[in-house]
Design a protein around this ligand. Structure first.
Ligand code: AMP
Length: 232
């Protein structure tokens, strides 16, 4: 059992890396941003409450976000652990996550900070295209689709996220610095933070993430056995 948090500014590559790690570890990747976007698309009550915050680049209030996450973590597919992408994003959410996992007899095992510079992030976000159907991310400069505008994986249409607009991007970065950056200190103090150089290419970042995870799995072999079918 292993619970992993991926931290990083919007555009750091967490979504791509979360998918790769999820395959490697056979664990679900839970991305709060995607859960919110799906709820907005379906116009559920949650989606209607979240939409205006997302459009402005603000965080959805903790109480709504934490409730959504607690419900998700209660599902059977999350029983062996989870890779969190985009959650927690505030210290209050991190404290709530400790409580939710604690009640399940679990804890956050490792927090991986995918660190990239502000200038790289602005470049990455402005060239980012997302599949409407499966959520896969592409980039017009270094990870483009084979057929223009069509997802290689599921054939869905690609579009640019509304909140990738330049003024919303800037706000999202400010929000990160204001509300999410303090989490780095929170987890550093707990001794579970590992810094990863997110400026490297996708494969190199993935390799470093795997190494960091493998190191903690070795420290806690009784809770998770690499090679037991999960971490091949
Ligand atoms: P992301 O796809 O992770 O960049 O998230 C897109 C948007 O969803 C964010 O800008 C927020 O408005 C909202 N969101 C995602 N995760 C959270 C969270 N943990 N807390 C509050 N709002 C969130």
């Amino acid at each position: 059992m292993v619970d992993i948090v991926l931290l990083g500014v919007p555009g750091a590559g967490k979504g791509t890396q979360c998918e790769l790690l999820a395959k490697w570890l056979s664990l679900p990747c839970i991305a709060t941003g995607e859960l919110f976007r799906a709820a907005v698309e379906e116009q559920t009550e949650l989606g209607l409450r979240a939409e205006s915050y997302i459009d402005k680049g603000e965080l959805v209030p903790d109480e709504i976000t934490v409730r959504m996450m607690a419900e998700r973590l209660a599902r059977a597919e999350c029983a062996q652990g989870v890779i969190f992408d985009g959650f927690p994003r505030t210290v209050a959410q991190a404290e709530a996550l400790n409580t939710i996992l604690g009640d399940l007899g679990r804890q956050v095992d490792v927090v991986l900070h995918v660190a990239v510079s502000q200038s790289s992030v602005l470049m990455r976000l402005s060239g980012r295209w997302i599949c409407r159907r499966c959520g896969r991310a592409y980039h017009q400069l270094y990870n483009s689709e084979e057929v223009l505008g069509i997802c290689d994986v599921c054939g869905g249409q690609l579009h640019q996220r509304d909140d990738d607009r330049p003024e919303t991007q800037r706000r999202r970065l400010e929000v990160f610095l204001e509300l999410t950056a303090p989490l780095l200190e929170f987890y550093r103090t707990s001794g579970i933070l590992v810094e990863i150089d997110g400026e490297q290419d996708v494969a190199a970042v993935h390799r470093d993430l795997r190494q960091a995870i493998a190191a903690i799995l070795v420290e806690e072999p009784e809770s998770w056995l690499p090679g037991s079918g999960h971490a091949a």
